[in-house]
Design a protein around this ligand. Structure first.
Ligand code: GRF
Length: 207
């Protein structure tokens, strides 16, 4: 539908952030956006199953099957561009994208990071690792960040953040779950909804 921004979501894992986006689309929270494509870089990612169940065009694109990073990105770009995607969301996506890819989609890729950037971010801080580092440092508050993706890992403009308390006795897994439930799954859909509204307004020349 022309009055909606077209969203592609790139995933690698369980897909709980993707599920939050699907639920937000179905509830009408993401009123001006439509998830038209999901790309998983891992065959076994349950995120791909979630996408298929939601009736979204889903592709598994691996580096192994496409001759490495360059071939992987070429296939992804062909899928993204041929589906007229406006916004790319990295949701639990665990592969670094090249500078060429990121600059090709400048200011059109966003990511959810499971910490309050600039804490516990950058190379090597992905998945459970930011939570391990937060507990090792002894912080009392952590959280999640939605940010634009540029050529620096977790270095792009911050869009939204939400703080989450660290509790006595937290393990990395318990903390990760709390950050997902109380931060990631809330701020990512809201950020996507806001960006889609802007995209549609700009496209309709109402700005
Ligand atoms: C989440 O903590 C996410 O922030 C991180 O990977 C974990 C799993 O994400 N990048 P999901 O369940 O695959 O969305």
């Amino acid at each position: 539908m022309a009055d909606k921004a077209r969203i592609a979501v790139m995933v690698s894992g369980g897909g709980t952030n993707l599920q939050a986006l699907i639920d937000a689309q179905n509830s009408g929270l993401i009123e001006k956006g439509e998830i038209v494509l999901v790309i998983s870089n891992r065959e076994e990612a349950y995120a791909a199953e979630r996408a298929r169940k939601a009736g979204i065009e889903t592709h598994v694109v691996t580096r192994k099957a496409n001759g490495g990073q360059e071939g992987f990105e070429k296939v992804c770009m062909e899928l993204i561009d041929s589906r007229d995607v406006d916004l790319i969301v990295l949701a639990g996506f665990l592969t670094i994208l090249s500078k060429d890819f990121v600059t090709h989609y400048e200011h059109r890729i966003i990511n959810i990071h499971p910490a309050l950037i600039p804490s516990f971010c950058g190379d090597g801080f992905y998945g459970i690792k930011p939570h391990i580092a937060a507990l090792e440092r002894g912080v009392k508050v952590t959280g999640a960040t939605v940010h634009y993706v540029n050529e620096i890992a977790d270095g792009g403009e911050i869009i939204a953040q939400k703080a989450v308390n660290v509790e006595e006795g937290d393990t990395p897994e318990i903390l990760q779950r709390r950050v997902m439930e109380q931060a990631e799954w809330l701020i990512l859909p809201v950020a996507v909804a806001k960006i889609c509204r802007r995209i549609v307004k700009e496209r309709n020349g109402r700005i």
